[in-house]
Design a protein around this ligand. Structure first.
Ligand code: SAH
Ligand code: SF4
Ligand code: F3S
Length: 453
């Protein structure tokens, strides 16, 4: 049996997890393009399927195994027709549980960690030749970004750009330092070159990515070291770029220079995802977050002084080991005093190998669920208020694609809200002032400001 002969090979990629995984999936497709692999929207008939996985919470890993079971049937069916389907598992589950994947799903051909994507063509060649599985979950000495191709499929009007990867913060609950490795920053010149390429391909909004993106400290063109605030200033001057964002940030790494960038750069969108995780100083200390609730509130005040219209988003973990009812109340109090435009909240999920997983005083599941429901009701209410407060305003909307209904186009406000507008598809790729007429829990709708094309 061989991998298919003539004609393009079909590659289907399934992506879970954070935006960096979305970016990585694109880069894996770029690496495989010279081998003749073209994207396929469905796994049926694909010559290769990659599962790009996330290990952040328990359910994520279980999803991988159930998807693998489904793909196994496709692979068997293809084999019965004399065709080969290469099945690869990439991403953070692959990094953390590579051997277990091969034990539980021996029909998987390739297991590769996030730092080895540039080696994918060689792994595919080995998998095609050999019967056994290929596993690459080392943290290789070379930097994958030096080996990923410059040519890449366009991402569209909004694009992601990884500038920083890995994390040295070791929060008690988190697998990322183990799955993504130590914190690394790409040099400024490489970031600027990639941004230029994305803009050349039509990107008008770029979101800089990193697990701890505001810890970015890259080599500057003059050999010195820049921080993220300085990098943003540089990117802000690129022609034909209209919007800049960055995610995800740690509160401890919000430098004065970065806060000043929010004051000085109109291109930097007034929206910041700044996870706080808890409002209790006891829990924050147990989490090894190295900031307390007051530090966070002071930071929010500084940001609002710099950019009064800035909207804030956050992540919360409910039921970290040791969290009491009083700790939980402190989280509600912090949420009330900040007022979030949107937020993500999760039940604490013990992750193997992390310090919190083995801690005594695990919070019972029923208690986590009760607290989470109460927090989510408050966050939903804040989001609804934030959205409702936009009604009657004019917001610039960058249109990115067709809307939910026929004759509609959809885009994003500066605050990252989805906005739906009745209008022609020609609006896609343009930024236009929209009169916001109504708000739903997670989106807005409006009409184009009269007089505009
Ligand atoms: N680098 C980011 C977070 C990356 S993980 C930061 O520093 O905040 C994304 C979110 O997943 C985290 O903010 C956290 O809220 C959640 N998360 C991480 N580990 C978790 C766990 N073990 N259980 C539940 N939620 C978790
Ligand atoms: Fe995980 Fe973020 Fe903490 Fe790093 S800073 S360990 S990525 S939660
Ligand atoms: Fe998940 Fe890995 Fe991202 S664990 S959230 S895919 S860094």
């Amino acid at each position: 049996m061989s991998i298919s002969g003539a004609g393009p090979r079909r590659l289907h990629v399934i992506t879970w997890g954070c935006q960096m995984n979305v970016y990585d999936s694109g880069r894996m497709a770029d690496v495989l393009a010279p081998l003749g692999y073209a994207p396929s929207p469905v796994p049926e008939g694909a010559d290769m399927v990659i599962l790009n996985t996330c290990h952040i919470r328990d359910k994520a890993a279980e999803k991988v195994f159930s998807e693998l079971g489904r793909l196994r049937r496709l692979k068997d069916r293809r084999a019965a027709d004399g065709e080969r389907m290469i099945l690869a598992v990439a991403g953070c589950v692959a990094q953390a549980e590579g051997a277990e994947i091969l034990a539980r799903a021996p029909y998987v051909d390739i297991v590769l960690g996030p730092q080895t994507y540039h080696r994918l063509p060689e792994m595919v060649a080995r998998a095609a030749r050999a019967g056994g599985a290929v596993i690459e979950t080392d943290f290789p000495p070379e930097d994958k970004f030096d080996f990923l191709p410059d040519s890449a499929a366009p991402q569209g009007i909004t694009a992601f750009l990884t500038i920083q990867e890995g994390c040295d913060r070791f929060c008690s609950f988190c697998v990322v330092p183990y799955t993504r490795g130590a914190e690394t920053s790409r040099p400024a010149a490489a970031v600027i070159a990639e941004a230029r390429r994305l803009i050349g391909q039509g990107a008008r909004e770029i979101t800089l990515l990193g697990q701890n993106v505001n810890a970015w400290h890259g080599e500057a063109p003059d050999g010195s070291t820049w921080g993220l605030g300085r990098l943003l200033r540089e990117l802000a001057s690129l022609p034909d770029l209209w919007r800049l964002r960055y995610t995800t940030s740690h509160p401890r790494d919000m430098s004065e220079e970065l806060i000043a960038a929010h004051r000085d750069l109109p291109i930097l969108m007034p929206f910041l995802h700044l996870p706080v995780q808890s409002g209790s100083d006891r829990v924050l200390a147990a989490m090894n977050r190295r900031h307390n609730a007051a530090d966070y509130l002071r930071l929010v005040e500084k940001l609002r002084n710099a950019r009064p219209d800035i909207a804030l988003s956050s992540d919360f973990i409910i039921g970290h080991p040791g969290e009491t009812e009083a700790d939980f109340r402190a989280t509600l109090a912090l949420v009330r005093s900040v007022g979030f435009a949107q937020a993500f909240s999760f039940k604490y999920s013990p992750r193997p190998g992390t310090p919190a997983a083995g801690a005594p005083a695990q919070v019972p599941n029923a208690e986590k669920e009760r607290r989470l429901a109460e927090l989510q009701a408050l966050l939903r209410d804040q989001q609804a208020r934030f959205n409702a407060a936009c009604v009657g305003r004019f917001l610039p909307v960058l249109f990115t694609g067709p809307g939910r209904h026929c004759g509609q186009v959809a885009g994003r406000s500066p605050f990252l809200q989805p906005v739906h507008v009745t209008g022609p598809q020609e609006l896609i790729g343009r930024e236009i002032s929209v009169a916001i007429r109504s708000a739903l829990p997670n989106s807005l709708s409006g009409t184009r400001w009269p007089g505009q094309a």
